[in-house]
Every structure is written in C-alpha cells, then in structure tokens.
Write a protein that binds this ligand. Structure first.
Ligand SMILES: Nc1ncnc2c1ncn2[C@@H]1O[C@H](COP(=O)(O)OP(=O)(O)O)[C@@H](O)[C@H]1O
Ligand SMILES: [Mg+2]
Length: 277
C-alpha cells in the first residue's frame, strides 16, 4: 500500500525541469522540486541566488522559460487569469519585507484578507482573527497600533495575516530577516506549528541554516543557477559535497566564487561610462 505522503493529491507544488529569468536573462535552470501537504520545505541559497524568483514562479507572477510548474495539480502555463486567481486564494504569502499597514491596528491588519476575500459576519470575523492572533501569541495585542509593537511582534502579525484564510500552501520569503536570535527562534517554531495546525504545505525561503534545519522536512540548496543539493536536514548536514559544506559553514573560500561574474551587459555599461569622461 502506498504511503500517505506519496498520494498524488498530496502534491501541492511541483517544479519539473524549470528555467526562470527576466527577459532574455536566465537566472535558474533545471529546477525540479516537490512540496507536499503537511511538509515544511526550506529553499536556501545566498543573496541573489534566485530564491525570490522561484517564489514568483510558484505564485504565477512570472512564467517559466522552460519546464513545468504544477500548482495544486494545474499547469501554470495553461491557466487563465480567473483560474490563477482561484489558485492564489488557496495560497498565503509572506513577502520579503512584508510590511504591515501602519494606519491599521494589529486586529485590522489580520482582518484585512478576510474582509477582502470572504463575507464573514462581524462575530465570526472577530473570533477568526482572535484565534489566529492567539496562535501567534498575540491575542491580547489585537488593539495595539503597529507603532506600538516590536519588530518581532510585527513579524508574528504578518505571519497571522498570511495564514488567516487557512491556505493550503504558505510561502514565506525571508521570514527571519532582521530579527534578533530569540524572535528568530520564535518565528521559526511558529511557522512549524502553524503548518502542523493547518495541515498545509509551507515553503520557507531563507539563508538561516540553524533555524530552517530545525523546522524543515526537506531542504533545497540553490546556487550557481541550479539546485546544488537537496535532502533532509540530517542528510545535508552529513553530505561530503564541498559546496554543501561551504554553504553550511559559511566559508568565504570554496566552490562559491566571491566575485559577481562579468557579462557583456556590464562591459557595455562600462564602455558607456568611460566614453562619457
Ligand atoms: N524584476 C527583475 N528584473 C530583472 N532581474 C531581476 C528581477 N528580480 C531579480 N532579478 C535578478 O535575479 C537574480 C536573482 O534575484 P532574486 O530572486 O531576488 O534573488 P534572492 O531572492 O535569492 O536574493 C538577481 O541577479 C537579480 O538581480
Ligand atoms: Mg529574495
């Protein structure tokens, strides 16, 4: 009997041989990855490696240059605007620098997606928002203004807002950025517990190794335009691959080059600058 995790409807997001980029420029190629219900998947890589680009492909903001992106079983190359909208309603996104509305209090920030996308009556809306705030430990902060809460609390409010519609897939783009070590640990554990509570799939984009290894079921390491390695945190931690070890240990010398690669576009730009003088 096949295990539950191999059931096809468990597959929330699947990329197969995907190339991504902007215009003629290619950023990522041959990307294949699976995200399953109930799993937390960490997408890791240095700054500029293409993590946010991958997220944009998953939400249908950019089209794949090659390969296939399947979201809830639908090929994103063949969905129309209405179908994409329906798919997105099953998805929660915490954008990089996901800012709160500063003119709304904590409660209204979390209530916002419900007011936009549901017709919940006031009492149901109140209890749904308070329950979601309770899940991130901020029920009693509902009345506070955004200016009255700390950065760590603001991140938890943003998490609550990302999951209040009870999505089947939640994408977090650098949820730990700018947090102190304690808030960082709290945020990581919240991502895990929200996932388990909702039974959803979660994709966490980050370069924070300790926290993502602590909560992820599966880790993909993005670098040099491809997936350099993937596996469970334990497998990757024990990998003899020098690239993986350099990434995990943060060594500045190793297979990852320090210099941004030269290109024709740069040379053309430089010639122009030199011609101006
Ligand atoms: N809208 C865009 N147009 C053109 N190039 C972009 C755009 N967004 C990102 N890039 C380029 O794509 C590469 C990967 O960027 P990004 O996905 O934001 O990386 P990461 O999230 O891993 O830091 C970078 O070289 C960046 O300059
Ligand atoms: Mg990014």
């Amino acid at each position: 009997m096949p295990s539950l995790s191999s059931a096809p409807d468990d597959l929330v997001l699947r990329l197969t041989g995907v190339s991504l980029g902007y215009g003629d420029v290619n950023i990522l190629r041959e990307i294949s990855l699976d995200v399953r219900r109930g799993h937390v998947v960490a997408l890791m890589g240095g700054s500029g490696s293409g993590k946010t680009t991958l997220l944009r492909a998953a939400t249908g903001q950019i089209r794949a240059q090659a390969g296939q992106v399947l979201l809830f079983g639908k090929d994103l190359a063949h969905v129309n605007v209405d179908e994409l909208q329906t798919l997105r309603q099953k998805m929660g996104v915490l954008f990089q620098q996901g800012a709160l509305f500063t003119d709304l209090n904590v409660f209204e920030n979390v209530a916002f997606p419900l007011r936009e996308h549901t017709k919940l009556a006031a009492p149901a809306l109140l209890s749904r928002v308070l329950d979601t705030l309770e899940a991130v430990g901020l029920r009693a902060a509902a009345h506070l203004k955004v200016s009255e809460i700390s950065g760590g609390m603001a991140r938890r409010v943003a998490l609550a807002r990302a999951v209040v519609l009870e999505p089947e897939l939640v994408l977090y783009d650098e949820p730990f950025a700018g947090l102190d070590p304690i808030s960082l640990g709290i945020t990581a554990r919240l991502i895990r517990s929200l996932s388990d509570r909702l039974g959803c799939a979660s994709v966490v984009i980050t370069h924070d190794i300790t926290e993502s290894f602590a909560i992820a079921d599966h880790v993909y390491l993005v670098g040099q335009g491809v997936i350099k390695a993937h596996g469970t945190p334990a497998t990757l931690g024990n990998s003899p691959d020098p690239y993986v070890q350099q990434f995990l240990k943060g060594n500045s010398d190793g297979p990852v080059p320090f210099d941004y690669p030269n290109s024709q576009k740069f040379d053309a730009w430089l010639s122009l600058q030199e011609a101006k003088r």
